[in-house]
Design a binder for this molecule. Sequence first.
Ligand code: ADP
Length: 597
Amino acid sequence: MVRLGYRQRLSATYVLVVMISLLLITGCLTSAIHGHLVSRTDHELTTDAMLVAEVVRNMLVQTQSPAAIDLMADGLGAKTGLRVTVIAADGTVLGDSQGNPVSMENHGNRPEVLQAYRSGVGLITRYSVSLGSGLRYCAVPVTTSAGDVIGYVRVAASLAQVEQSSAAVRGFMLNAVGIAAIAGVALSLVLSKGISDPLKNMATAARAIARGDFSRKVRARSNDELGQLAEAFNHMARELEQSVGEISRQKNQMETILSAMADGVVAVDASQRILLVNQAACDMFGVRADQALNRHILEIVRNRDLADSLAIASAGSDDIRETTAQSPRALALRIHAAPISGASGSGVAGAVAVLQDVTDLRRLELVRQDFVSNVSHELRTPVTSIKGFADTLLDGAMEDGETLRRFLELIDREADRLAHIISDLLDLSRLECTNASMPLSPVMISDAAQRALEAVQSKAEGKSIQVLLQIPAELPAVQGDEPLIVQVLVNLLENAVKYTPDGGSIVVSASCVGATVRVDVADTGVGIPVEHLPRIFERFYRVDRARSRQLGGTGLGLSIVKHIVERHGGEAWASSVPGRGSTFSFTVPVWASSGHM
Ligand code: ADP
């Protein structure tokens, strides 16, 4: 079926209304005119019939000769142009202006004659095949002065004229209907354009708004309902533009906040499909945001804990737990999932999870635990020894003067070790307390090295180790805390002496590298296997635990060195050829200005 547009339907309605009205008018008018003409004919025919009856009455009373009556009927018919028939009271045709009465059948039962007999005038229309038109018959009775019916007179006239007049009026009216229909179509098309054009404009503008183009406005040409509709439409477009603007501003704000967050954020709908995932979350699980949207959480992130946590939150309750991610890097994550309530505030529309990277926290905890167990272990050893010697002495060994002396010496050595470890630990904890500011002053490496050398001189001489200072006179001063720099050098020199066999040598050299001074302490000692090099600066790390203990080491010397150097903004590292010697190096910034670190 062809679907008509609004405008065509409006035109068709106009035209239909006009045509139906005109056709009704045509029908009514034609029938009224036809009725009027017929009644005028009836009036004339009745008058004529009555006149003829007057003439015929005398003849019927006087002669009764059918021939004379027929002749008279012929004469009257010729004069009036009507068909005149004279009928006797019994129905016998006595004369007829158009036919031979002898051959005509009895007319007593003709409806017009029966009507005339009953009501004085009989008026009937009959179609004449020979004339091709209707004939109007009018019969009146012929009465004597006493009122007796002695016959009937019937006159008949053709209705061709009447029908022609009616047909002419009908034809005229139908032409008028045709012209009105064409004019109606044209007029209605013009008029409906005035309604359909603004509607079309509105439809185009609505489509533009749907595409996000709010610049399209509808022009309100009139003050009528269409004008009001256009104004309401424009108002709606403005409101919509503001709302959409507000929503997209909020969305941008939220996206900026989410992408700037260090914590990961993942939101899912009630069926666990991802609605939102920020950059931090993508980085944690090595996924891409554009590939994750609208996919099930487990399809994208293969982490049971996160999926379970989101499922619990989707069911309406908060969930907090920890999990680990393996790829792209190993992470410890803390998940906090909460439900997202539905738009109307009723029910749960999904869940959001915030993922906090707690890897550093967990690692620090581990380091702390390690440290505590290491410290306990380190302290326990000398304490156990002291306790053992003391017990042995108390058990009677102290009676022997020699043993007593030896054991007391051992107790003294272990107590020294204990004091040494505690003092190193205190040094470390002071250095780790980053809030304490460090007073900086220009420090000459040559002076610091000289002082450090003095501290280890006797030990070196005891092992016939030669210590050489090769520090250029023009070396700039460094920016530092002199006692700490001296401590770094003392620790390195003590180690060098400890791990260098008798007769070896140690060289302390320094050079200026860019804005820093580099100091190297090289020995000809036992060296360090390459696999240990990355770890020797860790607390309590020793290559050979027994040897270190024996030499009175605490395992903290290098870690103190590293801390001091790093607090000065420098670096410390070691290189070694096992069996041939080691070189410990560090850098400190050149003195530039006075200040605190
Ligand atoms: P320790 O008190 O045991 O010397 P450090 O922290 O000073 O502890 O040193 C850590 C470890 O590094 C030592 O146990 C030792 O194995 C190794 N080490 C340090 N300095 C030297 C060196 N000059 N030559 C060889 N090994 C060294």
